[in-house]
Design a protein around this ligand. Structure first.
Ligand code: ADP
Length: 251
């Protein structure tokens, strides 16, 4: 099974806060099965962009389309129901439920197989395939029957990532998923992101401070600086881009 193929297109995105321009005329697209990395120094506008796309910010100018349909005025819940899903940096888990119950609670409500199984089977319905992949890649098996409140900070972050894929989104917005993860966990996260794109055709917009993680796993990279797009290309092109090196390394 694959996720529904959908294309996210951001055009001329501009966001002003009072007299301050956080984003200016940014174009960006994420297609089915494509991992797009979003890089930029602190304050470049990355979080502002993801807030506009998920509906948590009202954009000043420009458009956000979903398979060609303008969704820039849609409320966040409507966007996520349409298959545009966001992982939050915060750790909104149900503390008194187990990890498995947390993952099931977030599962695709359109997945009828889960309900049928629930009727004929005592116990839990199976987890969606994308979540099973997340559980495998992020080594969450030993945690499935632990209560969320008993997990460490890092473990909660991993469960939050697994939860974000439970609704089988067409495009997944990941806001600094590697923050607080160690090197091994970051590498596992990279494998999972590639698997979601390659096996299910999920589009991923990956916002990360960890430049290496983005360059290792993205198909395409967009670089922001002071609210403007300064570069776009393959990881190899971005690595050698003079404007990027200047913004990042002060060259
Ligand atoms: P990044 O995620 O790339 O670090 P942000 O999108 O968080 O950057 O911030 C971009 C700029 O917009 C920053 O200078 C930040 O201070 C400013 N900014 C973000 N949100 C607001 C807001 N609600 N009001 C005023 N300024 C904001």
């Amino acid at each position: 099974t694959t996720v529904q193929p959908r294309r996210l297109a951001v055009k001329g995105l501009t966001q002003r806060f009072g007299g301050f321009t956080a984003l200016e005329g940014v174009d960006l697209e994420v297609g089915p099965g494509e991992v797009v990395g979003l890089l930029g120094p602190n304050g470049a506008g990355k979080t502002t962009l993801i807030d506009c796309v998920s509906g948590n910010n009202r954009l000043t100018a420009g458009s956000i389309t979903w398979d060609g349909r303008d969704i820039s005025r849609w409320a966040p819940y409507r966007r996520s129901r349409a298959g545009l899903s966001r992982s939050f940096q915060s750790l909104e888990l149900f503390d008194d439920l187990t990890v498995r119950e947390n993952l099931l609670a977030a599962a695709d409500p359109r997945d009828r197989a889960a309900y049928v199984t629930d009727l004929v089977w005592p116990g839990y319905p199976p987890l969606p395939a994308t979540v099973v992949a997340a559980v495998e890649e992020l080594d969450l098996e030993p945690l499935l029957d632990r209560r969320a409140e008993d997990l460490s900070y890092g473990q909660r972050r991993l469960v939050a990532i697994a939860r974000a894929v439970a609704s089988n989104p067409s495009v997944l917005l990941l806001d600094e998923p590697a923050a607080g993860l160690d090197e091994t966990e970051s590498a596992e996260l990279g494998h999972l992101i590639r698997r979601l794109a390659d096996e299910w055709g999920m589009g991923v917009l990956l916002i990360e401070h960890d430049v290496a993680l983005v360059l290792a796993n993205a198909d395409r990279v967009v670089v922001l600086d002071f609210g403007r797009k300064i570069a776009e290309g393959s990881p190899a092109e971005i690595r050698n881009d003079p404007a990027v090196r200047k913004a990042y390394l002060g060259e």
